[in-house]
Design a protein around this ligand. Structure first.
Ligand code: PLP
Length: 232
């Protein structure tokens, strides 16, 4: 690991541009979310100095300290990990986008806290496409009813879908999950013409190029920028 954060950010950006090019897409339509769980604040600064604007955390408590320490940099923070309803107030305060909405109850809670803060809360619905138990996210068949229920919430905007597919060493094996997320997004958008489902959050260090080929607008990349994480 001779390279620093800056070189790796540049490498990831090049790979994003190449994948977008292969798919005939504009690389500017793919946002890099640098996932900084377990990563020290000094290295988050390095990524920011290399031009990264959006950072992802998977735990509300861990994010809280980092957001406070880096407040002067005006970074954008996304929550990419599971959110418990009892942490939704803090999440609404801290994050610009929550990728992991997975119940009407959580949506109602986020809407309520958004209203109290006078903030329009932005979220993606996490879909568990692999049907793996123990993983968060709604099942595909629950999507339309969740979106329907969320129409009642005036301070919550659902901006798209997120998935975290089963791990495969070969990224090509994950392609069907990414393709499926896009299909169900398109179907949901057709069923709710007034919706704003433009985002597809899919792809991580091992498979973000395949995800971009399949339409990802947000890729969540940790290891490829910051190196291997210490086991939690
Ligand atoms: C950790 C994490 C990532 C980043 O994973 P890498 O393989 O390190 O790129 C992306 N999404 C979620 C939800 C994560 O928890």
């Amino acid at each position: 690991m001779g390279e620093g954060v800056r070189e790796r950010v540049e490498q990831v950006r090049r790979r994003i541009a190449e994948a977008a090019g292969r798919a005939g897409r504009n690389p500017d339509d793919v946002e890099l979310v640098a996932v900084t769980k377990t990563v020290a604040v000094s290295r988050i600064r390095e990524a920011r100095d290399a031009g990264v604007k959006v950072f992802g955390e998977n735990r509300v408590q861990e994010a809280r300290g980092k957001v406070a320490l880096l407040r002067s940099l005006s970074l954008q923070w996304h929550l990419v990990g599971h959110l418990q309803t009892n942490k939704s107030k803090l999440a609404v305060e801290l994050f610009d986008l929550v990728h992991s909405l997975d119940s009407v109850r959580l949506a109602a809670s986020m809407d309520r806290h958004g209203a109290a803060l006078g903030k329009q809360v932005r979220a993606l619905v996490e879909v568990n496409l692999g049907g793996e138990s123990g993983k968060s996210g709604i099942r595909e068949v629950e999507l339309l009813s969740l979106l329907q229920a969320c129409r009642a919430f005036t301070h919550l905007t659902i901006e798209g879908l997120m998935t975290l597919p089963p791990f495969h060493r070969n990224p090509q094996d994950v392609r069907p999950f990414f393709r499926r997320l896009r299909v169900i997004r398109d179907q949901a958008a057709a069923a709710h013409p007034d919706s704003q489902l433009h985002h597809l959050s899919m792809g991580m260090s091992n498979d973000f190029e395949v995800a971009i080929e399949e339409g990802a607008t947000l890729v969540r990349v940790g290891t490829a920028i910051f190196g291997e994480r210490m086991p939690a």
